[in-house]
Design a protein around this ligand. Structure first.
Ligand SMILES: NC(=O)c1ccc[n+]([C@@H]2O[C@H](COP(=O)([O-])OP(=O)(O)OC[C@H]3O[C@@H](n4cnc5c(N)ncnc54)[C@H](OP(=O)(O)O)[C@@H]3O)[C@@H](O)[C@H]2O)c1
Length: 320
Protein backbone atom coordinates (compact mmCIF):
# COMPACT_ATOMS: atom_id res chain seq x y z
CA UNK A 1 0.00 0.00 0.00
CA UNK A 2 0.95 3.63 -0.37
CA UNK A 3 1.70 5.44 2.87
CA UNK A 4 3.54 8.41 4.30
CA UNK A 5 5.96 7.98 7.17
CA UNK A 6 7.60 10.35 9.62
CA UNK A 7 11.25 9.34 9.09
CA UNK A 8 12.56 11.30 12.08
CA UNK A 9 11.24 14.09 14.29
CA UNK A 10 11.50 17.44 12.52
CA UNK A 11 9.83 19.84 10.08
CA UNK A 12 7.28 18.87 7.39
CA UNK A 13 10.14 17.60 5.17
CA UNK A 14 10.43 14.47 7.37
CA UNK A 15 7.10 13.24 5.91
CA UNK A 16 8.15 10.82 3.19
CA UNK A 17 5.98 8.74 0.79
CA UNK A 18 6.73 5.00 1.10
CA UNK A 19 5.40 1.61 -0.03
CA UNK A 20 4.46 -0.71 2.85
CA UNK A 21 3.00 -4.25 2.94
CA UNK A 22 -0.81 -4.37 2.75
CA UNK A 23 -2.35 -4.83 6.21
CA UNK A 24 -3.97 -8.22 6.98
CA UNK A 25 -7.13 -8.22 9.08
CA UNK A 26 -7.04 -10.36 12.23
CA UNK A 27 -10.08 -11.81 14.01
CA UNK A 28 -12.70 -9.12 14.51
CA UNK A 29 -10.99 -6.68 12.13
CA UNK A 30 -11.58 -5.25 8.66
CA UNK A 31 -9.42 -3.58 6.03
CA UNK A 32 -10.60 -0.15 4.89
CA UNK A 33 -9.76 1.17 1.45
CA UNK A 34 -9.05 4.69 2.69
CA UNK A 35 -10.69 7.56 0.80
CA UNK A 36 -9.58 10.42 3.05
CA UNK A 37 -7.51 10.85 6.20
CA UNK A 38 -7.99 13.87 8.41
CA UNK A 39 -5.12 15.99 9.70
CA UNK A 40 -4.95 17.45 13.18
CA UNK A 41 -2.80 20.27 14.51
CA UNK A 42 -1.45 17.92 17.16
CA UNK A 43 -0.06 15.63 14.43
CA UNK A 44 2.25 18.45 13.31
CA UNK A 45 3.37 18.92 16.91
CA UNK A 46 4.04 15.20 17.45
CA UNK A 47 5.95 15.08 14.14
CA UNK A 48 8.17 17.91 15.40
CA UNK A 49 9.03 15.89 18.53
CA UNK A 50 6.75 17.80 20.92
CA UNK A 51 4.88 16.00 23.72
CA UNK A 52 7.03 12.87 23.90
CA UNK A 53 5.70 12.34 27.44
CA UNK A 54 2.13 12.00 26.11
CA UNK A 55 2.59 10.38 22.69
CA UNK A 56 4.12 6.96 22.36
CA UNK A 57 5.61 7.14 18.85
CA UNK A 58 9.12 6.50 17.59
CA UNK A 59 10.13 7.21 13.97
CA UNK A 60 9.73 5.78 11.47
CA UNK A 61 5.94 5.77 11.97
CA UNK A 62 2.81 6.38 9.89
CA UNK A 63 1.08 9.41 11.44
CA UNK A 64 -2.63 10.18 11.68
CA UNK A 65 -5.53 8.56 13.42
CA UNK A 66 -8.78 8.97 11.50
CA UNK A 67 -10.07 7.74 8.12
CA UNK A 68 -13.15 7.48 5.95
CA UNK A 69 -13.40 4.79 3.29
CA UNK A 70 -14.92 1.50 2.19
CA UNK A 71 -14.54 -1.92 3.80
CA UNK A 72 -12.80 -4.23 1.33
CA UNK A 73 -11.75 -7.21 3.47
CA UNK A 74 -13.05 -8.88 6.61
CA UNK A 75 -11.08 -10.90 9.15
CA UNK A 76 -12.23 -14.10 10.85
CA UNK A 77 -15.52 -13.70 12.69
CA UNK A 78 -16.60 -10.51 10.89
CA UNK A 79 -19.94 -10.83 9.03
CA UNK A 80 -19.53 -10.50 5.25
CA UNK A 81 -22.24 -7.81 5.08
CA UNK A 82 -19.57 -5.32 6.19
CA UNK A 83 -17.95 -5.62 2.75
CA UNK A 84 -18.58 -2.50 0.67
CA UNK A 85 -19.91 -0.40 3.56
CA UNK A 86 -18.82 3.23 3.77
CA UNK A 87 -17.35 3.83 7.22
CA UNK A 88 -15.27 6.10 9.41
CA UNK A 89 -12.92 4.85 12.08
CA UNK A 90 -10.13 5.83 14.39
CA UNK A 91 -7.04 3.84 13.38
CA UNK A 92 -3.37 3.82 14.29
CA UNK A 93 -1.57 5.35 11.29
CA UNK A 94 -4.05 6.85 8.82
CA UNK A 95 -1.73 8.48 6.25
CA UNK A 96 -2.06 5.40 4.02
CA UNK A 97 -4.18 3.98 1.22
CA UNK A 98 -5.32 1.09 3.46
CA UNK A 99 -6.05 0.83 7.15
CA UNK A 100 -7.02 -1.95 9.49
CA UNK A 101 -9.65 -1.39 12.18
CA UNK A 102 -11.63 -3.42 14.70
CA UNK A 103 -15.18 -3.89 13.48
CA UNK A 104 -16.34 -2.52 16.84
CA UNK A 105 -14.57 0.77 15.99
CA UNK A 106 -16.44 1.35 12.72
CA UNK A 107 -19.25 3.86 12.27
CA UNK A 108 -21.32 3.58 9.11
CA UNK A 109 -21.51 6.81 7.10
CA UNK A 110 -25.18 7.66 6.48
CA UNK A 111 -26.68 8.29 3.04
CA UNK A 112 -26.22 11.87 1.97
CA UNK A 113 -22.86 12.34 3.67
CA UNK A 114 -19.85 12.14 1.35
CA UNK A 115 -16.60 10.55 2.49
CA UNK A 116 -14.78 13.89 2.48
CA UNK A 117 -17.23 15.36 4.99
CA UNK A 118 -17.13 12.12 6.98
CA UNK A 119 -13.33 12.34 7.29
CA UNK A 120 -13.59 15.94 8.48
CA UNK A 121 -15.87 14.77 11.29
CA UNK A 122 -14.08 11.58 12.36
CA UNK A 123 -12.10 13.39 15.09
CA UNK A 124 -13.39 16.95 15.23
CA UNK A 125 -17.07 15.95 15.16
CA UNK A 126 -16.58 13.39 17.91
CA UNK A 127 -14.56 15.63 20.22
CA UNK A 128 -16.69 18.68 19.45
CA UNK A 129 -19.96 16.90 20.23
CA UNK A 130 -18.44 15.29 23.33
CA UNK A 131 -17.12 18.62 24.59
CA UNK A 132 -20.50 20.31 24.22
CA UNK A 133 -22.05 17.47 26.24
CA UNK A 134 -19.36 17.47 28.94
CA UNK A 135 -19.58 21.21 29.50
CA UNK A 136 -23.41 20.96 29.56
CA UNK A 137 -24.03 24.03 27.43
CA UNK A 138 -27.66 25.12 27.60
CA UNK A 139 -29.97 27.66 25.96
CA UNK A 140 -29.12 31.31 26.58
CA UNK A 141 -25.64 30.68 28.00
CA UNK A 142 -22.77 32.89 26.88
CA UNK A 143 -20.05 30.75 25.30
CA UNK A 144 -16.59 32.03 24.34
CA UNK A 145 -14.77 29.86 21.78
CA UNK A 146 -11.00 30.27 21.19
CA UNK A 147 -9.70 28.91 17.89
CA UNK A 148 -13.24 29.23 16.51
CA UNK A 149 -12.01 29.04 12.90
CA UNK A 150 -10.24 25.68 13.38
CA UNK A 151 -11.37 22.20 12.38
CA UNK A 152 -13.05 21.61 15.70
CA UNK A 153 -13.74 25.27 16.45
CA UNK A 154 -16.00 25.64 13.40
CA UNK A 155 -18.05 22.66 14.63
CA UNK A 156 -18.15 23.91 18.24
CA UNK A 157 -19.58 27.24 17.07
CA UNK A 158 -22.41 25.44 15.25
CA UNK A 159 -23.09 22.88 17.99
CA UNK A 160 -23.19 25.52 20.75
CA UNK A 161 -25.41 27.82 18.66
CA UNK A 162 -27.73 24.88 17.93
CA UNK A 163 -28.17 24.46 21.70
CA UNK A 164 -29.32 28.07 21.85
CA UNK A 165 -26.08 29.46 23.31
CA UNK A 166 -24.93 33.02 22.59
CA UNK A 167 -21.58 32.37 20.97
CA UNK A 168 -18.60 34.73 20.81
CA UNK A 169 -15.76 33.33 18.69
CA UNK A 170 -12.11 34.34 18.48
CA UNK A 171 -10.23 33.93 15.20
CA UNK A 172 -7.50 35.64 13.21
CA UNK A 173 -8.19 37.85 10.19
CA UNK A 174 -11.28 39.05 8.33
CA UNK A 175 -11.89 35.89 6.30
CA UNK A 176 -11.87 33.63 9.36
CA UNK A 177 -13.99 35.93 11.54
CA UNK A 178 -16.57 36.23 8.78
CA UNK A 179 -16.74 32.40 8.56
CA UNK A 180 -17.23 32.16 12.33
CA UNK A 181 -20.18 34.60 12.14
CA UNK A 182 -21.64 32.72 9.17
CA UNK A 183 -21.57 29.52 11.25
CA UNK A 184 -23.72 31.02 14.00
CA UNK A 185 -21.59 33.17 16.33
CA UNK A 186 -23.28 36.39 17.40
CA UNK A 187 -19.88 38.07 17.48
CA UNK A 188 -16.53 37.05 16.01
CA UNK A 189 -13.48 38.91 17.25
CA UNK A 190 -10.30 39.25 15.23
CA UNK A 191 -7.46 38.56 17.69
CA UNK A 192 -4.92 40.11 15.32
CA UNK A 193 -6.61 43.51 15.74
CA UNK A 194 -5.56 43.82 19.43
CA UNK A 195 -7.57 44.60 22.58
CA UNK A 196 -9.48 41.38 22.14
CA UNK A 197 -10.04 40.84 25.87
CA UNK A 198 -11.87 44.17 26.20
CA UNK A 199 -13.90 43.52 23.07
CA UNK A 200 -14.75 39.98 24.19
CA UNK A 201 -15.89 41.24 27.60
CA UNK A 202 -18.17 43.77 25.90
CA UNK A 203 -19.56 41.17 23.48
CA UNK A 204 -20.22 38.75 26.35
CA UNK A 205 -21.89 41.42 28.47
CA UNK A 206 -19.30 40.91 31.25
CA UNK A 207 -18.25 37.26 31.26
CA UNK A 208 -18.79 33.85 29.68
CA UNK A 209 -20.68 31.00 31.31
CA UNK A 210 -18.49 28.61 29.34
CA UNK A 211 -15.06 29.10 27.74
CA UNK A 212 -13.91 26.50 25.19
CA UNK A 213 -10.18 27.03 24.71
CA UNK A 214 -8.77 25.30 21.65
CA UNK A 215 -5.62 27.46 21.54
CA UNK A 216 -4.00 27.45 25.01
CA UNK A 217 -0.87 29.37 25.99
CA UNK A 218 -1.14 33.11 26.65
CA UNK A 219 -4.41 33.41 24.75
CA UNK A 220 -5.99 30.74 26.93
CA UNK A 221 -4.54 32.27 30.09
CA UNK A 222 -6.07 35.65 29.16
CA UNK A 223 -9.46 34.01 28.64
CA UNK A 224 -9.63 32.44 32.10
CA UNK A 225 -10.57 35.73 33.85
CA UNK A 226 -13.39 36.10 31.30
CA UNK A 227 -15.09 33.04 32.82
CA UNK A 228 -18.03 33.93 35.07
CA UNK A 229 -17.97 32.81 38.70
CA UNK A 230 -19.58 29.38 38.76
CA UNK A 231 -18.83 28.89 35.05
CA UNK A 232 -16.91 26.23 33.12
CA UNK A 233 -13.51 26.46 31.45
CA UNK A 234 -12.20 23.80 29.07
CA UNK A 235 -8.44 23.87 28.33
CA UNK A 236 -8.46 21.16 25.66
CA UNK A 237 -6.25 22.87 23.06
CA UNK A 238 -2.54 23.57 22.72
CA UNK A 239 -1.73 24.66 19.14
CA UNK A 240 0.07 27.64 20.70
CA UNK A 241 2.56 25.19 22.25
CA UNK A 242 0.97 24.49 25.64
CA UNK A 243 -2.40 24.14 27.35
CA UNK A 244 -3.79 27.19 29.19
CA UNK A 245 -2.28 27.19 32.68
CA UNK A 246 -5.27 26.83 35.00
CA UNK A 247 -4.69 27.39 38.72
CA UNK A 248 -7.10 24.74 40.02
CA UNK A 249 -7.37 26.36 43.46
CA UNK A 250 -8.13 29.83 42.08
CA UNK A 251 -10.67 28.37 39.68
CA UNK A 252 -12.30 26.38 42.49
CA UNK A 253 -12.41 29.50 44.71
CA UNK A 254 -14.54 31.14 42.01
CA UNK A 255 -16.68 28.04 41.60
CA UNK A 256 -15.32 27.43 38.08
CA UNK A 257 -15.38 23.84 36.91
CA UNK A 258 -12.29 23.19 34.80
CA UNK A 259 -11.91 20.56 32.10
CA UNK A 260 -8.77 19.38 30.31
CA UNK A 261 -7.56 17.12 27.55
CA UNK A 262 -8.37 14.06 29.72
CA UNK A 263 -12.06 15.01 29.63
CA UNK A 264 -12.20 14.56 25.85
CA UNK A 265 -10.76 11.04 25.78
CA UNK A 266 -13.75 8.80 25.14
CA UNK A 267 -14.25 5.06 25.58
CA UNK A 268 -14.87 3.02 22.40
CA UNK A 269 -18.67 2.94 22.78
CA UNK A 270 -18.78 6.70 23.33
CA UNK A 271 -16.62 7.32 20.26
CA UNK A 272 -19.08 5.37 18.12
CA UNK A 273 -22.11 7.16 19.58
CA UNK A 274 -20.56 10.63 19.12
CA UNK A 275 -19.36 9.86 15.58
CA UNK A 276 -22.85 8.62 14.71
CA UNK A 277 -24.36 11.78 16.16
CA UNK A 278 -22.02 14.13 14.23
CA UNK A 279 -22.61 12.25 10.97
CA UNK A 280 -26.42 12.32 11.44
CA UNK A 281 -26.27 16.06 12.13
CA UNK A 282 -24.33 16.48 8.87
CA UNK A 283 -26.79 14.24 7.00
CA UNK A 284 -29.66 16.39 8.31
CA UNK A 285 -27.95 19.59 7.13
CA UNK A 286 -27.56 20.87 10.70
CA UNK A 287 -23.75 20.57 10.88
CA UNK A 288 -21.40 21.78 8.19
CA UNK A 289 -17.83 20.53 7.95
CA UNK A 290 -15.80 23.40 6.51
CA UNK A 291 -13.32 21.82 4.10
CA UNK A 292 -10.40 24.16 3.41
CA UNK A 293 -8.06 22.14 1.23
CA UNK A 294 -7.50 18.54 0.15
CA UNK A 295 -3.95 17.35 -0.63
CA UNK A 296 -3.00 14.06 -2.28
CA UNK A 297 -1.50 11.65 0.30
CA UNK A 298 1.98 11.96 -1.21
CA UNK A 299 1.90 15.72 -0.52
CA UNK A 300 1.33 15.31 3.23
CA UNK A 301 4.27 17.62 3.91
CA UNK A 302 2.44 20.47 2.15
CA UNK A 303 -0.66 19.65 4.19
CA UNK A 304 1.34 19.92 7.43
CA UNK A 305 2.91 23.19 6.31
CA UNK A 306 -0.56 24.62 5.63
CA UNK A 307 -1.84 23.50 9.05
CA UNK A 308 1.17 24.94 10.87
CA UNK A 309 1.07 28.25 9.02
CA UNK A 310 -2.71 28.52 9.53
CA UNK A 311 -3.04 29.65 5.90
CA UNK A 312 -6.07 27.50 5.04
CA UNK A 313 -9.56 28.49 6.15
CA UNK A 314 -11.21 25.22 7.21
CA UNK A 315 -10.11 21.63 7.50
CA UNK A 316 -7.05 20.20 5.74
CA UNK A 317 -7.53 16.60 4.54
CA UNK A 318 -5.52 14.00 2.64
CA UNK A 319 -6.94 12.12 -0.34
CA UNK A 320 -5.53 8.61 -0.06
N1 LIG B 1 -9.86 17.71 16.91
C1 LIG B 1 -9.92 16.89 17.94
O1 LIG B 1 -10.53 15.81 17.91
C2 LIG B 1 -9.22 17.28 19.22
C3 LIG B 1 -9.23 16.41 20.30
C4 LIG B 1 -8.62 16.80 21.49
C5 LIG B 1 -7.99 18.03 21.55
N2 LIG B 1 -7.97 18.82 20.46
C6 LIG B 1 -7.23 20.06 20.53
O2 LIG B 1 -8.07 21.16 20.26
C7 LIG B 1 -7.31 22.16 19.64
C8 LIG B 1 -8.04 22.69 18.42
O3 LIG B 1 -8.18 21.64 17.51
P1 LIG B 1 -8.53 21.92 16.02
O4 LIG B 1 -8.60 20.58 15.37
O5 LIG B 1 -9.69 22.83 15.90
O6 LIG B 1 -7.20 22.64 15.53
P2 LIG B 1 -6.99 23.56 14.25
O7 LIG B 1 -7.94 23.19 13.18
O8 LIG B 1 -5.54 23.54 13.94
O9 LIG B 1 -7.39 24.96 14.81
C9 LIG B 1 -6.69 25.62 15.82
C10 LIG B 1 -6.94 27.09 15.67
O10 LIG B 1 -6.28 27.75 16.76
C11 LIG B 1 -5.97 29.06 16.32
N3 LIG B 1 -4.70 29.53 16.88
C12 LIG B 1 -4.53 30.60 17.65
N4 LIG B 1 -3.28 30.76 18.03
C13 LIG B 1 -2.60 29.78 17.47
C14 LIG B 1 -1.23 29.42 17.48
N5 LIG B 1 -0.31 30.10 18.17
N6 LIG B 1 -0.87 28.36 16.76
C15 LIG B 1 -1.77 27.68 16.05
N7 LIG B 1 -3.10 27.96 16.02
C16 LIG B 1 -3.50 29.00 16.73
C17 LIG B 1 -5.93 29.04 14.81
O11 LIG B 1 -6.93 29.91 14.38
P3 LIG B 1 -6.58 31.33 13.81
O12 LIG B 1 -5.65 31.12 12.64
O13 LIG B 1 -7.92 31.88 13.43
O14 LIG B 1 -5.93 32.08 14.93
C18 LIG B 1 -6.33 27.64 14.39
O15 LIG B 1 -7.28 27.66 13.33
C19 LIG B 1 -5.94 21.56 19.30
O16 LIG B 1 -4.99 21.93 20.27
C20 LIG B 1 -6.18 20.09 19.44
O17 LIG B 1 -5.02 19.36 19.82
C21 LIG B 1 -8.58 18.49 19.30
Amino acid sequence: MRAVQVKEFGGPEVLVPVELPDPEPEAGEVVIDVAYADTLFVETQVRSGWGREYFDVTPPYVPGGGVSGTVTETGPGVPAEWLGRRVVSHVRGSYASRAVAAVSALTVVPEGVDLLTAAALVHDGVTGAGLIERTEITRGERVLILGASGGMGTLLVQLAAARGARVVGLARGAEKTSLVRELGALTAIDISAGEWVTRAREALGGAADVVLDGVGGELGASALPLTADGGRFSAHGAPSGGFAPVDAQKAADRGIRSFGIGDVQFAAAELGRLAGYALEEAAGGRLRAVIGKVFPLERAREAHTAVERRTVVGKVLLEC
